[in-house]
Design a protein around this ligand. Structure first.
Ligand code: ZN
Length: 455
């Protein structure tokens, strides 16, 4: 079996385009690129990496983002107040809802400029430009603005610079590849259960473009362009929404067929395969296989990395352990190779299941997670509250966020011996908060056609 060190070195060689010149690493980048395993680095050293990363990011945004500086002043906090990790809870958190409060047209660009740390590139905006048009202009000028949408139809827009985006792409690849050790090799075949990263500004799709560099041959489930306005229109329960959904219906049936044919072909050739993306698509593939009495036995030659939420139909979640059992039964892929990833458009930390216990490990060298009660106070380990985080990687916007996700955090994994804290295996939305997530927006557009129950 390949040594872990060599395994990660192979990854670094493969993803060298994502790694900046080490002489210019920010402290956050040191925490991502230097440790071999960001989930199992010796605790004391991991804390040193983390403290430097977050202190640096806080100071950077305080000094270069007038909106955030004002917010800190209102909260009576300056970078000098952050002397150790114990002071991290003084750093003012931005509610994730804030990133949804955008106007349209020219004012949208002004709004982005407020959030952005530093100077936005100059672009020319036409009156007829929609949000994607404006984003595409900024992205052509060197940014990577992406979004995620919720059931209300409001999007969360996050402006990353190219470097922050490369960092987070590397971080997500390292997260998955670390935990599936020793499975990963470049010479393998992948299926992305997401929109084509090169044709969408949806964050969860876009961030997966690194898959094409980590794996030799990648197919894409949804090759058409997925625009914010289309998602919004398809979600509406009116005639236009129904027409869009109907038009997608045939295409989606074909998508399932394509994936099944791909499975057959790679199984016959004894190729190593992986799936990455929304669980509900693979769920429908497995349902179809089951109906036809067909199954595979990929064994150690297969892996499934899911992300984006566990809703299969409206009002129906599939329990994640049930999903793993189905993957084992229908595809023959063992539970250790079937892991879930949890992250969000606002942050650059990737929580990933350990293969032993399927708890979500939190990277501990550049990212600090907290659980907050309704009064804004941190709760004790094991208690329920809202997931909040300080992200040491984002340089283009202050990524100090309190989310609407409800979690329990534990100082140590109840099952494995890695040094990082964990979240429970499944994350849910807090009561009253709208459902969202990368899989969720696609699911609302697609699964009604695939499963029929939503229609
Ligand atoms: Zn664990």
């Amino acid at each position: 079996m390949i040594e872990f060190k060599e395994y990660i070195e192979n990854l670094n060689k493969r993803l060298h385009n994502y790694i900046p010149d080490p002489a210019t690493f920010t402290p956050g980048e040191e925490g991502v690129f230097k440790p071999l395993d960001v989930y199992n680095h010796p605790k004391k050293e991991a804390d040193e990496y983390k403290f430097k990363a977050i202190k640096y990011a806080f100071k950077h945004h305080y000094e270069n983002n007038s909106f955030y500086k004002k917010y800190c002043k209102e909260n009576n906090v300056t970078p000098d107040d952050i002397k150790s990790i114990d002071d991290f809870n003084k750093i003012p958190l931005i509610p994730d809802k804030f990133f949804k409060t955008y106007p349209s047209g020219k004012e949208f660009a002004m709004w982005l400029a407020t959030i952005y740390t530093g100077e936005l590139p100059n672009i020319v905006i036409k009156k007829s430009d929609d949000h994607d048009d404006i984003i595409n202009k900024f992205n052509d000028a060197g940014l990577v603005i992406s979004y995620s949408s919720g059931t209300s139809g409001r999007h969360t827009f996050i402006p990353r610079d190219k470097r922050t985006f490369n960092d987070t792409e590397y971080a997500i690849a390292k997260a998955a590849i670390t935990m599936v050790y020793p499975f990963w090799e470049y010479d393998s075949y992948g299926y992305l259960l997401m929109p084509n990263p090169f044709k969408t500004n949806v964050f969860a799709g876009k961030v997966c473009s690194v898959y094409f560099d980590a794996v030799k041959d990648v197919q894409v489930a949804l090759d058409r362009e997925l625009k914010a306005d289309l998602i919004r229109a398809a979600m509406k329960n009116n005639l236009k929404g129904r027409i869009i959904r109907y038009a997608m219906q045939r295409e989606n049936k074909k998508m399932i067929e394509r994936i099944i044919n791909w499975l057959r072909e790679n199984y016959k050739k004894k190729n190593k395969i992986s799936f990455l993306g929304a669980p509900f698509i693979l769920y429908f593939v497995m349902e179809e296989l089951e109906r036809n009495g067909e199954s595979f036995d990929f064994g150690e030659n297969g892996a499934v990395i899911t992300g984006g939420g566990w809703k299969i139909f409206e009002g129906q979640r599939i329990p994640v352990d049930e999903f793993r059992k189905k993957v084992e039964k229908i595809l023959g892929i063992p539970p250790e190779n079937c892991l879930d990833l949890y992250g969000m458009v606002e942050g650059n930390g990737w929580m990933v299941h350990c293969p032993e216990g399927h708890y979500l490990h939190i990277p501990s060298t550049y990212y600090h997670a907290m659980v907050i009660d309704e009064n804004g106070e941190e709760v004790a380990y094991g208690e329920k509250g809202r997931f909040a985080f300080l992200d040491g990687l984002a340089m283009s916007y202050p990524s100090f966020i309190i989310s609407g996700d409800e979690v329990r955090m534990y100082e140590e994994c109840p099952v494995c011996h890695r040094t990082s804290p964990v979240l429970e295996p499944e994350v849910s939305r807090a009561k009253g908060d709208e459902m969202r997530g990368c899989a969720e927006e696609m699911r609302r557009v697609l699964s009604m056609d695939l499963g029929g129950k939503d229609a």
